[in-house]
Design a protein around this ligand. Structure first.
Ligand code: DGT
Ligand code: CA
Ligand code: CA
Ligand code: ZN
Length: 587
C-alpha cells in the first residue's frame, strides 16, 4: 500500500507543535498561564474530530475551547509556511539537544533547563554520560532515584522511539465514529471494530475495522473520502489504510459475508490468542486461519459468517474479546470453565465522585442527577480532604457542613452517601480526625502527594491506611498515569495481604488515564479474596461515562459481578464494609 499522501498538518501534528511551543516557553522561563494556554489548546486540537487546520483557515478554530485568535494565527502559519515563527525563534535560541531533553518522559523543560544551566548538559548523549557518572544525583532536588529514572527513560526512548500509543478512550471515540460513518454508506453491510480496541486494551497502536459490502471498492473509496479521515492510502478492491485527524491509523478490510466471522476473529487477536487457538485446533485435526477452518479429515475449508460459529466449530465456549490475550483462556473455554464477566449493566452504584466542594465542576444535586441518568441506584460524594493544595479543599469543619448538605439533598431515583476521598499523608496518617471519619457512610483513602518514597516507606504508608478502622477502600492504588508516569514503588503482596486481612476494598479507578488497579493487579487482588469496586472518580456530570473502561479492566482480569462490590445493592454492601464493623465495635 502507498503511504498516506502529504497534506495539511494533521491535528496530531498541530497539537505536537503547540505542545512543543509550550515546552519551549517553559524552557525560556515564560509565565505559567502562557505555557498552560498552549498546552490546553494542544489538548483541544488533539481531541477535535475535524481538521483544525481547515477550521483555522476559515477563521473558525476559535470555536474550540482554549483556542483564541493568537493561537489560530499560529496554526495558520504552521499550515501555510510550515512553521510557527515563535517556535523557530525559540528553537534557534537553545541547543537542539536541549529541546530533545525537554521531551524525555519524566524530565520536562524546567529540570532540563537546570541540567543545562548547572551541568552544561545540552543533549541526550551528554545526559546519559552525566547520569552514568553520577553527576546528576549530586544536584539539589534530583537524587539517585531521579538519576536512575533518567537512565531508564533514555533506554525506553532508544528502544521505542518517540512514537506513542493512543489511550483507549481517544481511540474508541474515533473508532466508533468511523464505524458509524462507514456503516451509513449504502454499500456497507456489517461493520465492526476489531484489534486491540475491541479487546479494550489500555492503549492501542492502530485501529482495525472489518466490514462486508455489496460493492467493496465503492466502500473503500468512500471511507477514504470521509470527513473524519485526514489522508489515506490508494483505496484497494477490499482494503484501505486511513489516517484520522488525530494521526491514528486505521486498517479497513472488506470481506465476503460468509467469511466475516473468521476475519473478525483473526483481526481481533490478540496474536498470542490466535497462536493458542491454532495450536489447540491442530491437535483436533483442524487448521484455523482468517480464511476459514480447514478440516484435515475431509480437506474441506469451512467458512464462518459469525465469530460465535468459529469458536463453536472448534468445540470451544465463546471467548469474550477482553479475555483473548493468550493467558490460558483457550484451555478454560475447552473445559467450559471461563469466568462469567461483569458488565456495565451490573453496576448499581458509584463510590467515588467529586463536586465543587473540591475540584469537581458540578453541585451535589447535579452529580446525583447525572449518576441517576447513568443508571446508578446510589452515589457516594467523595470530595478531597484538606491537604491537596487546591483552592477549595475541605477542612474538617467544612466536611462536617458538607455531610449535612449531602444528607439534605434529595434527588429522585438515587441514594446519596456522604463520603470522602481522604489523603494518605506520607507517614500513613489521614487528614481528618477519627470522630469525623466515623460520621461518613464511606471512606476512600488515596495517595496524591509525595510519590518519591522508597518502596518500604510507600508500602508502610498505604498499609497504615488499610489498617485504619474507618477506611473502607484504597483509591487508585498504584498512582500510575498511563500518559505520564508509572506507579510509585510498592510491595503489592504486602498491600494485598493487609487488605485481605482487614476486609478493605480496592478500587479499579475507571478513568482511562488511570485504569488503576491494572488488570493484573485486579486479578491478583480478587484471587486474594479482596472485594473490588469499580469507580469513575467523576469530576463532572459527564464523568460517569468512563465506567466502561473500569469494567473493561475488570473483564480483562476475568472478574464477575460477585467480585465487584458495587454490583451489590448498597444495603447489602454496607454490611461488608470495614468502617461499619469499626463503628459497631465503638457503639
Ligand atoms: P495494537 O498494537 O494495539 O494495534 O494491537 P492489535 O492486536 O490491534 O494488533 P495489530 O493491529 O497489529 O493486528 C490486529 C490483529 O491481527 C492482531 O490482534 C492479531 C492479528 N495479527 C496481526 N499480526 C499477526 C501475526 O503475525 N500472527 C497472528 N496469528 N495474528 C496476527
Ligand atoms: Ca490494531
Ligand atoms: Ca492493524
Ligand atoms: Zn478522586
Amino acid at each position: 500500500m502507498a503511504e498516506p499522501s502529504r497534506q495539511d498538518p494533521t491535528n496530531a501534528e498541530v497539537a505536537d507543535a503547540l505542545e512543543e511551543l509550550a515546552d519551549l516557553y517553559e524552557l525560556d522561563g515564560a509565565v505559567i498561564h502562557r505555557i498552560s494556554a498552549y498546552r490546553n489548546a494542544a489538548k483541544a486540537v488533539r481531541g477535535a474530530s475535524v481538521s483544525v487546520t481547515a477550521l483555522a483557515r476559515a477563521g473558525r478554530a476559535t470555536e474550540l475551547a482554549g483556542v483564541g485568535a493568537t493561537i489560530q494565527e499560529k496554526i495558520r502559519a504552521l499550515a501555510d509556511e510550515g512553521e510557527i515563527p515563535a517556535r523557530a525563534k525559540l528553537t534557534a535560541k537553545y541547543p537542539p539537544g536541549l529541546v530533545a531533553m525537554t521531551r524525555l518522559p519524566g524530565l520536562g523543560p524546567k529540570r532540563a533547563r537546570r541540567l543545562f544551566d548547572e551541568l552544561g548538559i545540552d543533549g541526550l548523549p551528554g545526559l546519559r554520560t552525566a547520569a552514568m557518572e553520577g553527576q546528576i544525583q549530586a544536584l539539589k532536588g534530583f537524587g539517585a532515584k531521579a538519576e536512575a529514572a533518567i537512565l531508564e527513560a533514555l533506554d525506553a526512548y532508544e528502544a521505542e522511539g518517540p512514537r506513542r500509543r493512543v489511550l483507549l478512550d481517544r481511540a474508541l471515540a474515533v473508532g466508533e465514529e468511523l464505524v458509524t460513518a462507514i456503516a451509513a454508506h449504502p454499500a456497507a453491510d456489517r461493520v465492526a471494530l476489531a484489534g486491540s480496541a475491541r479487546r479494550m486494551t489500555e492503549t492501542v497502536k492502530d485501529l482495525d475495522i472489518v466490514a462486508t459490502a455489496t460493492d467493496p471498492a465503492a466502500l473503500t473509496r468512500a471511507a477514504a473520502a470521509l470527513e473524519l479521515v485526514a489522508s489515506a492510502s490508494t483505496p484497494g478492491e477490499n482494503a484501505v489504510r486511513l489516517r484520522t485527524h488525530s494521526g491514528l491509523e486505521v486498517d479497513l478490510r472488506i470481506v465476503e459475508p460468509d467469511q466475516f466471522g473468521n476475519v473478525l476473529q483473526h483481526l481481533t487477536g490478540s496474536k498470542e490468542h490466535n497462536v493458542n487457538l491454532r495450536e489447540y485446533a491442530v491437535r483436533r485435526g483442524l487448521h484455523v486461519s482468517e480464511y476459514g477452518i480447514l478440516d484435515d479429515a475431509t480437506g474441506l475449508t469451512h467458512r464462518c459468517a459469525t465469530e460465535a460459529e468459529v469458536y463453536a466449530r472448534l468445540g470451544l465456549d465463546y471467548i469474550e474479546p477482553e479475555l483473548r490475550e493468550g493467558r490460558g483462556e483457550v484451555r478454560l473455554a475447552a473445559e467450559h470453565r471461563l469466568p462469567e464477566l461483569v458488565s456495565v449493566a451490573d453496576l448499581r452504584g458509584d463510590l467515588h465522585a467529586h463536586t465543587t466542594a473540591s475540584d469537581g465542576t458540578a453541585s451535589v444535586a447535579e452529580m446525583a442527577a447525572a449518576a441517576a441518568a447513568a443508571g446508578y441506584e446510589y452515589l457516594a460524594i467523595t470530595d478531597h480532604s484538606a491537604s491537596m493544595g487546591f483552592g477549595a479543599d475541605l477542612s474538617a469543619s467544612a466536611l462536617a457542613e458538607h455531610i449535612t448538605a449531602i444528607r439534605g439533598t434529595e434527588v429522585d431515583g438515587i441514594e446519596l452517601l456522604a463520603g470522602s476521598e481522604v489523603n494518605i499523608l506520607p507517614d500513613g496518617s489521614l487528614d481528618y480526625p477519627d470522630e469525623l471519619l466515623a460520621e461518613l457512610d464511606w471512606v476512600i483513602a488515596s495517595v496524591h502527594t509525595s510519590f518519591a518514597l522508597s518502596e518500604a516507606a510507600m508500602t508502610a504508608r498505604i498499609v497504615a491506611a488499610i489498617e485504619h478502622p474507618y477506611v473502607d477502600c484504597i483509591g487508585h492504588l498504584s498512582g500510575r498515569r498511563l500518559d505520564r508516569r508509572p506507579g510509585y514503588a510498592l510491595d503489592l503482596e504486602a498491600v494485598l495481604a493487609a487488605a485481605a486481612a482487614t476486609g478493605t476494598l480496592l478500587e479499579i479507578n475507571a478513568n482511562p488515564v488511570r485504569r488503576d488497579l491494572s488488570e493484573s493487579w485486579a486479578a491478583a487482588a480478587a484471587a486474594a479474596g479482596i472485594l473490588i469496586v469499580i469507580n469513575t472518580d467523576a469530576h463532572r456530570t459527564d464523568g460517569f461515562d468512563v465506567n466502561r473502561y473500569g469494567v473493561a479492566t475488570a473483564r480483562r482480569a476475568g472478574l464477575g459481578p460477585a467480585e465487584i462490590a458495587n454490583s451489590r445493592p448498597w444495603r447489602q454492601l454496607r454490611r461488608e464494609l470495614p468502617s461499619q464493623r469499626a463503628r459497631r465495635r465503638v457503639t
